[in-house]
Design a protein around this ligand. Structure first.
Ligand code: GCU
Length: 681
């Protein structure tokens, strides 16, 4: 299948003065070679300049001593030119010898090269400052691990995939081809350094990924990824000792089970020496795990961690563990509490090469949720933030929903882990980066939104979430606008009108989506199973623990001390802030409280009027998005315009369905009419 170059679509740029004609590369490893190749390709396509590439270290050393301003040097691990030592960091500076891109390691060099390419692509004013020695550019990644989690199945389907089928698997076979390399390029270009290629729900053939059957394919794939500094990870099946090893149990404390894993890991690492490690979903939504044997998550994770430790492997253990056979009549059991309840007692019990991967939010990737309190609690455990770029609950890549602003809010959330006076730098970003507790293994993961669609992400503009995740994980200080703006320029070139309109569309998209879907942090209200489209009671009487508790007087879940007690999982002053209806941030009001429809919000509107207004306005804004986008008809390539237009049309129509379903439901249940007398059915 054909595919686009996404943001690596190199269009010619006219206005750039680029004084370099030769590059010297310290090509002592495959990543450095890639860096040189990528730079030559980009400069050729963007600037129509053919660089001469000298890959001889002795010649490079001589050239470094000369006064030769039109040379470009690609170096790594060189203390003389690197102003950062952080792995994956880089320094770009003009010296007597020429422009030097020096990575703190080879990955850093590659990221530095992609930064230079991006400066050219976006015609950034910074480029001339850097190229003329007015400024050195020094960057270090905020997070050590910057990872994608693909939920791809071996039959080629993708769980929660909205962009076609898998480009890793089909019919229980692996796919390794040119697209594999193109994918790795996209990752490296935004600083992603690890990827899990198969679904966390590991079943059937996927269980066999850790066997001879797939070693060849995995080895080839890992080798391509390695060219781009990306580590290959897999999800594993905790019950593999039974399904593959012929044992009758998978108890993590059983000697035979432990021996099985030790041997298995040896086989895996013999076949794929630079393999990263494993992601594990255990005792969650029906997946096997240590609970069956009365063991805990630390027993399970540590057993695997011991088995991969000799090879430097990591075990990433998911905290998405909750009771999924709840009774809707039960008002005490609270899914939001579950992560904290399950994992806080184990703080400090995990081995050093285990990372707990914490999903945000604590329920499940809703359009608005409180930040998981586990980030505020765990002190002696490696932690990683998991977000979902795949738009399972945020419009399934039919609706536009730029998620970087949501992820920024999560990262900026103050945990008060360093004390209630607020003096410490203890945001979620500080914690998952390892800055706060000095942890080495930590970072960010996103459930990927890609598939084998021509444009990679179904909605062309959903690629901003793919791009944005990588850029944000690399540099959590970047603003959402900066990231969106870069993505637009890289993908669509320098047309200022395209830039203006697309930026506006992206930046408004999350609030708009939120306003016509479920109100004030309550979440869900979607059709069961596939999760697309409105269905207020879709999950209300179900077993999944996702209720809105609407009755004729009010709605929302009481998570205060009188209710489920969830508010108490936060540190002060967050706990008190959420506990009181007066101080709870309004966008989360229904997440934390059961609120009467007549409750007055800060705007002076009642809750019910807010629901009506936001739904009428949200749906209207969705129509306006379509109109705004129409202005780009002559400015985008026809097929690109047509693809995006079709999505905005769907969104505009579908937002009316959301508006009317929600408004009608709440009008019927509350009996309170809209003050403005608009049509409610
Ligand atoms: C959500 C999603 C599932 C997925 C699960 C997970 O519940 O709907 O498809 O398996 O998250 O994160 O494991």
């Amino acid at each position: 299948m054909e595919y686009t170059k996404a943001w690596l679509n190199y269009r010619q740029v006219e206005q750039i003065r680029f004084p370099f004609d030769t590059i010297y590369v310290q090509n002592d490893c495959v990543v450095a070679e890639t860096a040189a190749k990528e730079l030559c390709l980009a400069v050729k396509e963007l600037l129509k300049i053919k660089l001469q590439c000298i890959a001889n270290i002795a010649e490079m050393q001589t050239a470094l001593q000369k006064d030769n301003r039109n040379a470009l040097f690609l170096l790594h691990d060189n203390a003389a030119y690197a102003q950062t030592k952080v792995p994956g960091g880089y320094t770009i500076s003009l010296q007597e010898a020429g422009l030097i891109i020096c990575g703190s390691d080879a990955n850093g060099l590659l990221y530095g090269v992609f930064e230079l390419i991006r400066l050219i692509q976006t015609e950034s004013p910074l480029l001339s400052k850097v190229c003329h020695g007015k400024e050195a550019l020094v960057k270090s990644p905020s997070n050590p691990l910057r990872m994608l989690n693909h939920w791809d199945n071996m039959d080629g389907s993708i769980e929660r995939g909205y962009s076609g089928n898998s480009f890793f698997f089909a019919k229980d076979e692996m796919i390794v081809n040119e697209r594999t390399r193109e994918y790795a390029r996209l990752l490296a270009s935004v600083g992603i350094n690890a990827t899990v290629i198969n679904n966390v729900n590991v079943k059937q053939a996927a269980t066999w990924l850790i066997t001879e059957r797939y070693f060849n394919g995995l080895k080839q794939m890992a080798a391509i990824f390695a060219e781009y500094g990306v580590k290959l990870f897999l999800s594993l099946n905790f019950a593999a000792p039974m399904e593959l090893g012929g044992l009758n149990l998978c108890d993590p404390l059983d000697d035979k089970v432990r021996a099985f894993w030790k041997k298995k890991m040896q086989e895996v690492y013999d076949a794929i020496p630079d393999f990263g490690g494993f992601l594990v979903k255990a005792d969650s939504e029906g997946r096997p795990g240590p609970f069956t044997y009365g063991r805990n998550h630390a027993d399970g994770a540590n057993m695997l961690a011991e088995a991969v430790a000799p090879y430097g492997g990591l075990i990433i253990w998911r905290c998405f563990v909750y009771n999924c056979t709840q009774d809707w009549r039960d008002y005490k059991t609270d899914r939001a509490r579950a992560g904290y309840d399950n994992f806080m007692p184990l703080d400090g019990k995990f081995l050093d090469n285990v990372i707990l991967q914490i999903k945000n939010g604590p329920m499940d990737f809703q359009v608005r949720e409180a930040v998981s309190p586990l980030f505020s609690g765990l002190r002696q455990t490696n932690q990683m933030l998991e977000v979902q770029a795949a738009q399972e609950y945020t419009g399934q890549q039919k609706h536009l929903c730029y998620l970087v602003p949501m992820w920024k809010e999560v990262l900026q959330f103050k945990t008060y882990a360093g004390g209630s006076d607020g003096a410490a730098a203890d945001t979620v970003a500080d914690i998952v980066s390892g800055r706060f507790y000095g942890q080495k293994h930590c970072g960010m993961a996103a459930v990927a939104n890609t598939g084998n669609d021509e444009n990679w992400t179904g909605h062309d503009m959903a690629a901003a979430n793919f791009y944005g995740f990588g850029r944000l994980a690399y540099d959590t200080e970047l603003t959402s606008e900066e990231i969106a703006s870069e993505w637009i320029r890289c993908t669509y070139g320098s047309d200022t009108e395209v830039h203006k309109i697309m930026l506006q569309l992206l930046m408004e998209s999350w609030p708009i989506y939120e306003s016509y879907t479920s109100p004030l942090g309550i979440g869900w209200m979607v059709n069961p199973n596939h999760h697309y489209g409105p269905n207020v009671d879709g999950y209300e009487y179900d077993r999944w623990g996702t209720y809105h508790r609407s009755d004729c007087k009010g709605m929302g879940v009481d998570r205060t001390m009188k209710g489920t007690g969830y508010t108490m999982q936060y540190n002060e002053p967050n706990a008190s802030m959420y506990e009181s209806m007066e101080t709870c941030p309004e966008e989360l009001l229904l997440f934390f409280h059961h609120v009467p429809y007549t409750w007055k919000l800060k705007t002076g509107k009642t809750l019910i009027q807010h629901i009506y207004d936001s739904h009428f306005e949200g749906a209207m804004k969705a129509q306006q998005m379509l109109e705004q986008f129409r202005a780009l008809k002559e400015r985008l390539e026809p097929e690109v315009y047509a693809r995006i237009y079709e999505r905005f049309k769907l969104q505009s129509d579908h937002s009316k369905e959301w508006r009317d379903r929600i408004n009608t439901y709440y009008y019927r249940i509350s009996g309170i009419p809209d003050e403005k007398g608009r049509t409610i059915y």
